[in-house]
Design a protein around this ligand. Structure first.
Ligand code: GLT
Ligand code: MN
Ligand code: MN
Length: 388
């Protein structure tokens, strides 16, 4: 029952299972991946029940590769994917590793860097199309500042917008069937990153030439590291019809970007999140943007991959249990019961406005009424901890 199947649409970034364990204080603890490893990994991920692999241009093709080398690498990897039966539902551009991007890509102050970033993104999109990707993610890890005096902050947002408008134009002219998903992060690697939350991205998207073409790719860790609620950000994206993709992982609040195994820290938030996705019929990829602890060897990495998917499926079962639990559902229903028959008055019409004015409200009684949230929370906890 907790065995993942391709229909579950679980995916892993090529950079996730292959993370070699480097951190700011320590060198690698596992082998730096090469093409041979990625080809073998495709088989392993398929065996574990994954649906696909997502990639940055340079996860697959080194930034220094010649066109001939690129074609050779892509052909080799595509064969491995086909043999394994894995898809590439999402692709993206690495605009953060090379030193050329040290002060930004689309928002770099230097126009030559911005021009190169656009060229690299076009080529990344071409690669994504070659691999049949349907979603193109943009995570602007270097789009920000340490020194605010070094950038015009308003101009930076305009530059960001110009870049997306350019790429929307490019994709349309090429006739590509791909949509964009923007991923927010508050900080790291920059001191401050532009458009730091999913909410900020959602506002920004409406200012683009074709907002319908662009959605979001929220990441669990990125919202929670700022002390915000990931489920609340995802709910806003769902409401806006903008949840095009999602990065699942876990994170303790107030820390660096940990990218931990999904549902390894915040069980309750992970439960709420799975409930949101399942109850609202989210049908996109469930992408695990996480990596194994640097204590692990390759065996530990595959256990990590299996664990992400297993945790999602366990929580999916808990959601079904929650939704079918009569006592819990009665509490939820009671919380929103329209005892006074006022629900119909809250759509604006002149008559409804008059009816509300004429109405008397017993605010003392309303204020005194217990809402039974302690009980609801305890029952939810009992359910999650397996004693219900
Ligand atoms: C990088 C980042 C992730 C992004 C990836 C896509 S790259 O690993 O930490 O959150 O989703 O660019
Ligand atoms: Mn991510
Ligand atoms: Mn992250």
């Amino acid at each position: 029952m907790y065995t993942p199947r391709p229909e579950d649409k679980f995916t892993f970034g090529m950079w996730t299972y292959s993370n070699p364990g480097r951190d700011p204080f320590g060198d690698t603890t596992r082998a730096v991946p090469n093409l041979e490893f990625h080809c073998r990994a495709a088989g392993k991920l398929a065996e574990l029940g994954a649906y696909g692999v997502n990639l940055h241009d340079n996860d697959l093709v080194p930034i220094t590769a010649t066109p001939a080398e690129r074609d050779q690498i892509v052909a080799t990897y595509r064969k491995a994917l086909n043999d394994a039966g894995l898809k590439v539902p999402m692709a993206t551009t690495n605009m953060f590793s090379h030193a050329v991007f040290k002060d930004g890509a689309f928002t770099a102050a230097d126009p030559t860097v911005r021009a190169y970033a656009l060229r690299k993104a076009m080529e990344g999109i071409d690669l994504g199309m070659e691999l049949d990707a349907k979603i193109y993610v943009f995570w602007g890890g270097r789009e920000g500042t340490e020194v605010d005096a070094g950038k015009d902050l308003v101009e930076s947002v305009k530059r960001y917008r110009d870049a997306f408008n350019f790429l929307i134009g490019y994709v349309k002219d090429q006739g590509y069937n791909i949509k964009f998903a923007l991923e927010a992060k508050p900080n790291e690697p920059r001191g401050q990153i532009f458009l730091p939350t999913t909410g900020a991205m959602l506002g920004f998207i409406q200012t683009l030439d074709d907002p319908d073409f662009v959605g979001v790719n929220p990441e669990f860790a990125h919202e929670q590291m700022a002390g915000l609620s990931f489920p609340h950000a995802v709910a806003q994206a769902l409401d806006a019809g903008k949840l095009f993709h999602i990065d699942l992982n876990d994170q303790a609040p107030g820390r660096y970007d940990q990218d931990l195994r999904f549902a390894s820290v915040n069980y309750k938030d992970a439960f709420t999140l799975v409930k949101l996705l399942e109850d609202n019929g989210y049908s996109g990829s469930k992408h695990f943007d996480a990596h194994a602890y640097r204590t692990e060897d390759e065996e530990g990495v595959w256990q990590f991959c299996a664990g992400n998917m297993r945790n999602y499926l366990i929580l999916k079962e808990k959601v079904a249990q929650f939704n079918a639990d009569a006592e819990i559902q009665a509490l939820v229903a009671e919380l929103q019961a329209d005892v006074d028959g006022v629900a119909g008055l809250m759509t604006y019409t002149p008559d409804n406005a008059s009816a509300l004015r004429a109405r008397s409200f017993d605010i003392e009684a309303l204020g005194a009424k217990g809402r039974k949230l302690e009980l609801l929370d305890q029952l939810t906890g009992d359910l999650l901890l397996g004693v219900r």
